[in-house]
Design a protein around this ligand. Structure first.
Ligand code: ZN
Length: 208
């Protein structure tokens, strides 16, 4: 599987383009999807679906345009549906763009397959009430949205955020994965489970 990080939008949210052969999946298109569409076109990739780790505006702003251009469905957990009437869902504050409305299919946590690869969809609330992470065991890759960052963790002061819940999600769903697992976060550089278990100041005193 080819994994590319393509930062989009004013907050340069990491959008990830995953591809195998001529098929692709996008995680969190948080801005104008033109750079994604250019790659899809250039490489003749068919987009299977658009996955959202959570429904904050900076991860979803490109959903509608990307889905319209490709016909790919948008999949997101129902746990964030309670955010639909909040600023952090809609955007549009502090000069940030307003998110174009989009419809999504409910993605329940559990065992799935994307691009022919097994994928565990973990429920990882804390940064948002219904956040999920996408773990591809054969790729040793996990896409966590804003749950965990290199040496940091996501904010918990948005609607539905909770620090204890976030720490529990991070410890029981992410830090327990094999050390070599690469953590692909919503902002900043990728890291690994082993690195964060040792060096993340918010998570390293967890009793591991
Ligand atoms: Zn967020």
């Amino acid at each position: 599987m080819d994994i590319r990080a393509i930062p989009l939008g004013p907050l340069q949210t990491n959008c990830y383009l995953l591809s195998v052969d001529k098929k692709a999946v996008v995680v969190d298109p948080g801005g104008n999807p033109a750079p994604l569409l250019a790659i899809l076109d250039q490489e003749q990739l068919a987009l299977e679906c658009i996955l959202n780790t959570h429904l904050h505006f900076d991860h979803t702003a490109g959903n509608a345009a990307l889905s319209r251009a490709t016909g790919a469905p948008i999949l997101a957990s129902k746990g964030d549906a309670g955010l639909l009437d909040t600023d952090v869902f809609r955007g549009g504050f502090m000069g940030l763009p307003v998110v174009e409305a989009f419809e999504f299919e409910i993605l329940e946590p559990g065992e799935r397959e994307f691009l022919g690869e097994p994928c565990s969809v973990f429920s990882t609330p804390g940064h948002s009430p219904g956040g999920v992470s996408f773990y591809f065991p054969r790729q040793a890759a996990v896409f966590v949205g804003d749950l965990v960052f290199q040496r940091s963790i996501g904010r918990t002061d948005f609607v539905g955020g909770n620090l204890e819940t976030l720490l529990e999600s991070a410890r029981t769903r992410i830090l327990n994965l094999p050390d070599a697992t690469v953590i692909y976060s919503g902002h900043g550089d990728a890291t690994t489970v082993g690195e964060e278990r040792l060096h993340n100041p918010y998570l390293s005193e967890s009793g591991f």
